[in-house]
Design a protein around this ligand. Sequence first.
Ligand code: FUC
Length: 828
Amino acid sequence: MKRLLSKGLFLLTTCLSLTIYADSSRRIYEVWKNEQAPNQGGDWGIISAGGTPFDKNWEYNSYPIGNGYMGANIFGRVDTERVQLSDKTLHNKGIYGGGGTTGFAELFIDFNHGKVKNYRRSLNINEAIAHVSYEKDGVKYNREYFTSYPDNVMVIKLTSSQKGKLAFTVRHQIPYLGLSALSNKGDAEKSKNYFKGKNARTGQLSAQGNTLKLDGNIPMFNQNYAAEIKIIAQGGEVKAVDKSMVVANADSALILVALGTDYRLSDKLFTNPNHMKTDKSIDPKKVVAELVAKAEAKGYDALKATHLKDYQNLFKRVSVKLNSQKSELPSHLLLANYKKGQEDTYLEELMFQFGRYLLIASSREKTLPANLQGVWSQYHMTPWTGGYWHNINVQMNYWGVMNTNLAECFESYIEYFKAYVPKAKQHADAYVKKLNPSKLAKEGTGENGWIIGTSANAFNISGAGGGHSGPGTGGFTSKLLMEYYYFTQDKKFLEETGYPAMLSMSKFFSKALVPDGDLLLVKPSASPENKVRKKEQVEFIKNLPGHPGHVDKKGNYITIGCTFDQGFVWENHMDTLAGAKILSKQSPFLDQIKEEATKLDPIIIGTSGQIKEYREEEAYSDIGDPRHRHISHLCTLYPGTLINSNKPEWMKAAKKTLDLRGNKTTGWAMAHRMNCRARLKQGDEAHEAYKTFIKERTVPNLWTLHPPFQIDGNFGTMAGVAEMLIQSHEAYIEPLPALPKAWINGSYEGLVARGNFVFSAKWKEGKISYLTVTSRMGGVCRIKYTGIDGVTLKDSKDNIIKTTSNEQGHVAFSTRKGESYTFNIKSM
Ligand code: FUC
């Protein structure tokens, strides 16, 4: 017994020391500054700058925390602290009339501390906790802020180094509650309309005992909302005065915040009329009261422990070192220096991990997916509605979710998809009926498939057909589902959700194709957002034989068979066929799409050596903007797979296209270029796109801009870093496929490849010195890396594992679920 016990203890200490060892090799990443965030104190008069709302203080300087349900922006002020609160489900009419996210509530905490010493504010992204600390009159003040996903509550802990020194007043506010909130001079007249009718909101505030409450309604979707803020002080007293809570002589204090609305994700939500979308069986006032009561009963220590366990379970899976030393500079200076040409790769690493932080903070199971601004919105009218834009933006949000080991963060999109798909089927019925009636199957049967167009939000999705983006948006979306399967190997998901979705998308695409000679082309078709701009282009189009397309009033060129649409039909048809093979399905329809896939002619090289964006263009930019942000004709290079290393002439043309297009573009568009360069194995060019992105589109809190703030760039470049370090979209896994010179030495742990293989690697002078694979699901692992064939492979028990290699030197071996395999690189 004694022996057993000591053996157990030995094992325990070994495990512990191993964990500690692994942890100590990890860096602590912080976004931090020795200055407070500037704030105009909730000046909601800012309505527009260049057509979209814009507040530099919030966008550039506040620190975002979130738990998927709610977001909070922390300013860290010592006079009046501002904590700006958001909830993805809260919508008003929005900028285009179909709904849009809108700011939820404001918390102001008056400290009146004036001039202070040793000020520091930070966002620790290893823990997802924001901190503020400083000294005033010899007393040290500390604040800690986090949003817990398991407890769905925000926690603010305030302490002072001397007893009884903590004194502050908490005020809550409902933003945009009518015109009184306006103070903006020039825009006041114009902005009146923003607060009227469906954009108005009702609301009330109360303060009782030690609790602040607010609740109200936004008429757009007849949506009720509520918040509860409880202040618990140790020592001293808490007193309600007017509509605020005054804390005096306390030693420490806890502020618990819960937000809620009567939004419940379901298919009815998308098919019901606007006034019947919310769920009146939910009482948000009750919901928030329960959340706060539970959190109070649980207590600060347990809340924090639960939060850390939950967050770190996801965050700690990946570590990356990119030829860097940890910088001691505050992050805004690191960024400022980088912009001046001191390109510290530590910032590149920090940005990568910050992307993972933001994804965990804004996309969790049972919350809505991350929107254009993640989970954060301070505006009455959020830019582009803060919605889900399906011609690249929402997909980009999830490009990196799998390879950066955060598969669980994609579950929110899967749930959203399941809820909107009945509406997407109605859109497909309407599309085929209007645009290709001879192919219409009986409406309501699902036989016309499903389609989603560009714009969508928590309450509505659009259909496709006409306008600035072709129906390729549907294939762009279904791609995410197939990738989820490839990475997780979750067959149940494939059987129940992924495969039916792709099969149904293939049904839709079959009906969107029309014969053209021997080919099948999507009609109508449009390359997302690219417009005809010059007279010469209009002339060129007019003179095209057969007049395949026309320019609409907005300058969109609506035509037939754009590369974007053809490409996504190909991708989806092939994914459907791959899914059918895995699930052993057969049907005449599968034979039909196999045949269709051969008639798509999706990639054509033009006279400039470019991949054509339009079939009818000859030289580059005969049609469309030569510098356009969208590179939709390269979507089959990334995230698709049609353009790959088996087609060197297409790879060459893709490089040419990117060279011609250039990197001068919006934030997310730089991220797409970065990923494309990675797929082209152009490590230095991918890195160049990343550098341009950091220099031109990154702001001091490390959020990134379109401009204005749009989170897809953060997520897209996060995906790009991983894509440079590991790829698995061809028949094998390739570690370090696009390593730039700047990352000549480095390491990573925990990046995921398709097949659910988890990789860790170290490299020196650009060459791998250590490589290990953990198999999560079993199966055959195939690796491409120069010189790897013949290298001894061992499992975790030091058994030598048999490998086979093919003519190209790719190595393959069978794996057991849960087992790790290490290459003895020294023998290379
Ligand atoms: C797409 C892009 C725009 C912007 C918007 C939210 O329409 O073309 O640049 O990102 O989405």
